[in-house]
Design a protein around this ligand. Structure first.
Ligand code: NAD
Length: 479
């Protein structure tokens, strides 16, 4: 059984507590590793080494920082097979998904921000003949990055890469539910020659080591991705200390299907949006609204598609793997029960799946479509974060927009229509940070990424991330 270690000061070290948590493979239910149970003392140690590393890292030229980050990206790519296998084992996601999405994207995150920092420029504002202003964008110092379990290495590196590129030292914590690839990244960072103390990776529970990172007085900014309740808790602790905060939180994302959509492409896209990664992506479209005139045909074709999805051993060619943990599976099954109690009709799925063989004790739930529920019910208001989506018909564009906007969340929406004017009109009215038209999760790393309402504060991606991880200082010079 493998025992993971923290990465502090360029070395792999045991937690100060000497205690460990179990790491469970969700496809089999078996304990297969041990995770450091870190706490305040480990955060103190990490901050101490980061403080020593900060001045040198900050003074390193962007090109030199970029070169090290490109080496990390190369190493991630060279280790794609082992990293993907580890991600699938740790998280339950299909191996093919980890190979084609999670791990390549982790490499791209490092490569993208390595290159972006060499092009990063700050502003200057001339005041006629009187004066000139220029804005310095210095690193913040030591920053904290906390990430969730759904896209483990993908989201972990999405935060770490811009923070490092901008010249900060980082104390990072992956989810305790999926720690393996973050641990493997530690080893790759050592191999790539990242100077000691620049990146420190601590493992353990959110309310222990996570909390210690959030409240540490020398950690000046927190970039967090996770649940809305956790985000609110973190904000309440960090705000009185005036820390810079970026919060990427939950979603209850709508999918709007108009009568003039390309039916075949839309069925494919809507199914992917609802069920990719077992519905455990913050951007998943879990409320599907379909124009009434095509509702019967569209729902029939979508049902056929979803019923045909293979669910099972993530190391085999399946579309759906395991949910991330037993607790999460139980939460998703309880949400399906509550949908039934609210009067919903389960059109497909709706139950746990017990595969034959080595995955018989794994946490599998059949992809589930539910119809007959109004907007104002728990099922359509609360994030389920599993393979569960609801279907509802609408009559007018106005009604579709009102349904889409009718929750407390505002992360992402997708619109399926071949009428360009309609797509623009609808996109403009949607209260979301991200709108996809005739696509879903088509990502360009330069674009602002994040949500409005209860889906978060701030934006990641491209210049937004580099601006977040730097402190602007304006210098005004009188001529
Ligand atoms: P979570 O909030 O339980 O945990 C996220 C991270 O925060 C973990 O590393 C956890 O250990 C840590 N944490 C928990 N309590 C903490 C505390 N008190 N102080 C500091 N850290 C703490 O979320 P999760 O269950 O891992 O992930 C699922 C959630 O993440 C969903 O709500 C999903 O929508 C959201 N999510 C959002 C985005 C986005 O970009 N908006 C992306 C992915 C996931």
């Amino acid at each position: 059984m493998e025992t993971l270690a923290n990465y502090i000061g360029g070395e792999l070290v045991a937690p100060q507590s000497g205690t460990y948590l179990d790491n469970i493979n969700p496809a089999t239910g078996a304990v297969y590793g041990r995770i450091p149970r870190s706490g305040e003392a480990d955060v103190d140690n990490a901050v101490a080494v980061a403080e020593r590393a900060q001045a040198t890292w900050q003074a390193t030229l962007p090109e030199q920082r970029a070169a090290i980050m490109e080496r990390i990206a190369d190493l991630i790519e060279q280790n794609l097979e082992v990293l993907a296998a580890a991600e699938s084992e740790d998280n339950g996601k299909p191996l093919a998904l980890a190979k084609t999405v999670d791990i390549p994207r982790a490499a791209s995150n490092f490569r993208f921000f390595a290159r972006a920092i060499t092009q990063f420029a700050s502003e200057s504002h001339a005041m006629g003949e009187a004066a000139i202003n220029y804005t310095l964008r210095d690193p913040i110092g030591i920053v904290g990055c906390i990430s969730p379990w759904n896209l483990p290495l993908y989201l972990f590196t999405w935060k770490i890469a811009p923070a490092l590129a901008a010249g900060n030292c980082v104390i990072a914590k992956p989810s305790e539910v999926t720690p393996k690839t973050a641990f493997m990244l530690s080893i790759l960072c050592i191999e790539a020659g990242l100077p000691a103390g620049v990146l420190n990776i601590l493992h353990g529970l959110g309310n222990e080591v996570g909390n210690a990172i959030v409240v540490h007085p020398k950690i000046k900014a927190i970039s967090f991705t996770g649940g809305t309740v956790t985000g609110a808790n973190i904000a309440s602790l960090a705000a009185p200390k005036f820390k810079k905060l970026s919060l990427e939180l939950g979603g209850k994302n709508p999918t709007l299907v108009f009568a003039n959509c390309d039916m075949e492409k839309t069925v494919e896209g809507v199914a992917r949006a609802a069920f990719a990664n077992q519905g455990q992506i913050c951007l998943c479209g879990s409320r599907i609204y379909v124009e009434k005139s095509i509702y019967p045909e569209f729902s029939r074709r979508l049902l056929d598609k979803v019923r045909g999805m293979r669910v099972g051993d993530p190391s085999t060619p399946v579309e759906q793997g395991a949910l991330v943990s037993q607790a999460h599976m139980e939460k998703v099954l309880a949400a399906i029960d509550s949908a039934r109690k609210e009067g919903g009709t389960v059109l497909c799925g709706g139950e746990r799946i017990v595969p034959e063989g080595r995955c018989a004790n794994g946490y599998f739930v059949a992809p589930t479509l539910i119809e007959g529920l109004p907007l104002n019910c728990e099922t359509n208001q609360q994030e389920i974060f599993g393979p569960v989506a609801t279907l509802q018909a609408f009559e007018t564009e106005q009604e579709a927009v009102a349904l889409a906007n009718g929750t407390d969340y505002g992360l992402a929406a997708s619109v399926w229509s071949e009428d360009l004017r309609q797509s623009h009109r609808v996109a403009k009215q949607l209260e979301f940070g991200i709108v996809w038209v005739n696509c879903w999760l088509q990502r360009d790393l330069r674009t602002p990424f994040g949500g409005v309402k209860n889906s978060g504060v701030g934006r990641e991606g491209g210049l937004e991330a580099l601006r977040f991880f730097t402190e602007p200082k304006n210098v005004c010079i009188n001529y």
